[in-house]
Ligand binder design. Structure first.
Ligand SMILES: [Cu+2]
Length: 183
C-alpha cells in the first residue's frame, strides 16, 4: 500500500525520480520512479490509489536535464483538481529579508509546463491523467480517481535508451512505467 492519510487530510502518494540507477552493462544508468513510504523507498512497479478519495500526489524529481516529449500534448496538465499542478525549484523560489520578516516568492501553479524544461511525466493514459514534471523540481498535484481497476502509468518523454529513447527504463515496469491499482 502506498497511501497514507492524516486525520482530515487527503491521502498522499509521494514519488521520487533519480537518474543514477544502473540498468544493465549495455545501457548504463537510467532514470527511475520510486515510491516513498514510511518504510523507505519502494519500486514503482505497482502503485495503489484509493478510489473516490482526494489524493495529494507529490513528485520529487532530482533529474536536472530535460527530455523530448513523445507528443507535445504531454506538456499540458490533465486530470488534476483545477487542471493545475504546483511546482517549486531553485529558479522559482526565493526570499528576501523584509522589514517585518521573510518575504517569500515561491512556486508556480500552472496548467502546462514549457517543453524545454520537462524531464519526465507521470501519465495514466486511460484515466486522462497527465502530470509534466519539470527538471530539478518538486511537483504537487491533487487527484481524485473515480474509476476502479488496473491501469498502466508511464512517462511520456523519451528518457530511456535506444534510437527513439523509448527502450530500457521506458519499457520496464518499476522504472518509467508500471501499473496503478485503484480500489
Ligand atoms: Cu521519463
Amino acid at each position: 500500500m502506498t497511501t497514507t492519510s492524516a486525520t482530515g487530510g487527503p491521502a498522499s502518494v509521494t514519488l521520487v525520480i533519480t537518474t543514477g540507477n544502473g540498468f544493465n552493462s549495455s545501457v548504463g544508468d537510467q532514470p527511475a520512479y520510486y515510491v516513498l513510504t514510511p518504510n523507505g523507498l519502494q519500486p514503482s512497479t505497482h502503485l495503489t490509489f484509493p478510489i473516490n478519495t482526494l489524493v495529494k500526489l507529490t513528485i520529487v524529481n532530482y533529474d536536472d536535464g530535460n527530455a523530448t516529449l513523445l507528443e507535445s500534448q504531454y506538456a499540458n496538465v490533465e486530470g488534476t483538481v483545477n487542471g493545475t499542478i504546483t511546482y517549486v525549484n531553485n529558479d522559482n523560489v526565493n526570499s528576501t529579508n523584509g522589514g517585518s520578516g521573510i518575504v517569500l516568492n515561491g512556486g508556480e501553479t500552472v496548467k502546462s509546463i514549457p517543453s524545454d524544461i520537462i524531464a519526465h511525466t507521470f501519465t495514466i493514459p486511460s484515466l486522462n491523467i497527465n502530470i509534466p514534471v519539470p527538471l530539478s523540481s518538486t511537483v504537487v498535484a491533487y487527484i481524485k480517481i473515480t474509476t476502479a481497476g488496473n491501469f498502466q502509468w508511464m512517462c511520456e518523454t523519451a528518457c530511456g535508451a535506444g534510437p527513439s529513447g523509448t527502450l530500457a527504463a521506458m519499457d520496464t515496469p518499476g522504472w518509467m512505467t508500471g501499473d496503478v491499482e485503484v480500489s
